[in-house]
Design a protein around this ligand. Structure first.
Ligand code: NAD
Ligand code: MG
Length: 396
């Protein structure tokens, strides 16, 4: 029996991080936790260290690290604590590490995820914002380093499973006509449009099918999540935006489909539980038990499909335009969205303001080529500044 693979989980205290640790703990002979990171929930990070006994934990600051060290010492746990960006980069790229789960939310995940890519790791990508911001540079880094990039987003994991193994030759070359990206439509799929100005953060975070972090829950409610996923799909599968069609499918049983030129349409189905794509990517090209219950088609009974309503969900239209504009537009979209979601969750703006603000920031920012990571972060910062100016004029 070979030794267990060493796994780092970036964003271990989040929804994806916890699901990843759940899958890993089911297979102690195959996987061992090497590094864990957390940001604000330090007590939970401590509890995870005591349970999974990683070699390293990464805390955001010197103060947080000291607090974590004290807790570990009191419990007699030998986990070594690292700090800040350097700590994240270290657990993402250490030579012992076989695979890295990139599950930090938002732009904060870009540098550590790229560190894992540049070290040639197997990278399990949940942090879609990182790829949206830096698409061309990110994919260049994957090719240069020989990293193996596996999608965790359930839709992209489904598409990956429905494509032939040589899809990198080009979607046209392998006979793909379209990618069909499914979307649940979120909690406001049927809310009267005039009521959307009154919805609360708690309502936006109450997703009908998935339990997720707050940022992606709001993104799902606005369908910006699907917009980010459209851009993510274009990079992962080298697809033009026009080749990716969004299909609203309220049951979230079909996680996406691939339409071939001979009329065959392949789909991946499963219960809406992120442990399935996580287990798939961890074990790929093998399969392991994920703890997810078998799909009960008789209980589901029916599957529905609708075209997306861009009047109800302007974020989808805005994101598609950003995908088509390319270059810096997706980075601007992402940055403005992160500021807008924070402001909505803080009760400073109304739900429809999210799309309004993002569109106005995009209108103000010229689309430029992004030749370096510094250029990506410069655009990200400019877009955040414009978004803050918008808030200063419009927020409560
Ligand atoms: P979450 O909010 O539950 O967890 C986020 C994690 O990131 C936490 O561990 C947190 O400590 C860490 N974090 C937050 N801010 C940070 C910062 N500034 N620096 C370092 N770490 C920071 O989010 P989640 O739902 O687990 O989502 C994580 C990522 O996975 C997101 O990019 C999301 O879009 C993607 N994703 C999530 C799901 C899901 O079902 N939850 C599905 C598909 C994709
Ligand atoms: Mg998804």
């Amino acid at each position: 029996m070979s030794r267990p693979q060493q796994i780092t989980v970036l964003g271990a205290t989040g929804s994806i991080g916890l699901s990843t640790l759940d899958v890993i703990a089911r297979h102690p002979e195959q996987y061992q936790v090497f590094g864990l990171s957390g940001h604000s929930r330090l007590d939970e990070l401590l509890a995870l260290c005591l349970r999974h006994r990683p070699a390293y934990a990464a805390a955001p600051s010197a103060q947080a690290a000291a607090q974590l060290r004290a807790g570990l010492q009191a419990a007699g746990c030998a986990t070594e604590v690292l700090e800040g960006e350097a700590g994240l980069a270290q657990i993402a790229s250490a030579p012992e590490v076989h695979a890295v789960m990139a599950a930090i939310v938002g732009a904060a995940g870009l540098k550590p995820t790229l560190a894992a890519v540049e070290a040639g790791k197997k990278v399990l990508l949940a942090n879609k914002e990182a790829l949206v911001m830096s698409g061309a540079l990110f994919m260049d880094a994957v090719r240069r380093s020989g990293a193996v990039l596996l999608p965790i987003d359930s839709e992209h994991n489904a598409i990956f499973q429905c494509l032939p193994s040589d899809y990198a030759r080009g979607l046209g070359a392998v006979g793909v006509r379209r990618i069909l990206l499914t979307a649940s439509g979120g909690p406001f799929r049927e809310t009267p449009i005039e009521q959307l100005a009154e919805v609360t953060p708690a309502q936006a975070c109450a997703h009908p099918n998935w339990s997720m972090g707050r940022k992606i829950s709001v993104d799902s409610a606005s369908m910006m999540n699907k917009g980010l996923e459209l851009i993510e799909a274009c990079w992962l599968f080298d697809a033009a935006p026009a080749k990716v069609e969004v299909v609203v499918h309220p049951q979230s049983v079909i996680h996406s489909l691939v339409d071939y030129i001979d009329g065959s349409v392949l789909a991946q189905l499963g219960n809406p539980d992120m442990r399935t794509p996580i287990a798939h990517a961890l074990a790929w090209p093998q399969r392991i038990d994920s703890g997810v219950a078998p799909l009960d088609l008789f209980a589901i009974a029916r599957l529905d499909f609708q075209a997306p309503d861009e009047q109800r969900f302007p974020c989808l239209r805005i994101a598609r335009a950003a995908a088509e504009a390319g270059r810096s537009a997706p980075a601007v979209l992402n940055a403005a969205n992160e500021v807008a979601v924070d402001a909505f969750l803080a009760g400073r703006i109304r739900f429809p303001d999210i799309a309004r603000m993002i569109e106005q920031v995009l209108d103000q920012e010229p689309v430029v080529a992004l030749a370096s990571l510094d250029a990506v972060f410069a655009v990200d910062q400019r877009a955040r500044a414009l978004a803050q100016q918008w808030l200063a004029r419009h927020a409560h």
